[in-house]
Ligand binder design. Sequence first.
Ligand code: NAD
Length: 252
Amino acid sequence: MILTNKVAVVTGAGSGIGEAIALLFARQGAKVIAADIHLANVEAVAKKAEKGEGHGVVYPVKADVSKEEDTQRMIDAATTQFGGLHILVNNAGIMDKMTPAHEITDDLWEQVLAVNVTGPMRAIRKVLPIFMAQESGCIINVASIGGLAGSRAGVAYTSSKHAVIGMTKNIGFQYTKLGIRCNAIAPGGVKTNIDLSDPSPFGSQKAGEGMASMPRTGESSEIASVALFLASDAASFLNGSVITADAGWMAY
Ligand code: NAD
């Protein structure tokens, strides 16, 4: 019960990595606000948590992280439902159909940046006053090895995940003396429902050259266990760090 008495917000908790994090945190005793653009999916995750072992609880909230008012409601839910907030996991993210720079539209660029970058920034901006007042708090950003290399996705996703890593380092640096930790996970390929449909032929052919060296795909649970470590006191000396979880793909 590593997270007893802890309250966490997890975005994109209706599927894949976010669902695995919400359920693992609940099994470890946390009270979890599971936020997702699809309410029915986080309601289903809450039901799974009810049936699972552990003393934690999952409370579903409909929130589109690209909308300021939804982000406010999601963070408010932690304090109104559970009386506080200790951990924010910025996990919601979308792909870009492997679209290369010469094919990217303004609409797709803005959509990917809104969800993958502006969403986490706004959630962090909302939790920082809470964390600063209590002189403690933990932020975990789910980035990607696409934030460390140029060969894993299209231009918007790659740029967005590089931005998330920059954001992680900046916040880790600026708030460390206030008891706040901000770290990122950079997963490799993980079996989830992330939308890989209808990719750009040019972009997917190029990304395929990067994909060819992937040792294996991972399970969402293998990323959730890294998030649990980062949320725990065992990671007390980590700040502004990026943990790569990819079976050695980046080491290739
Ligand atoms: P997924 O599609 O299975 O889950 C993402 C969840 O986010 C979904 O439930 C979706 O409804 C939700 N979501 C999407 N847009 C949202 C929005 N605007 N507001 C709130 N919720 C929203 O995908 P996943 O693979 O579990 O992705 C989770 C994170 O992991 C993403 O940030 C992704 O970039 C990152 N990641 C995934 C992989 C991979 O191979 N699957 C690799 C590296 C990084």
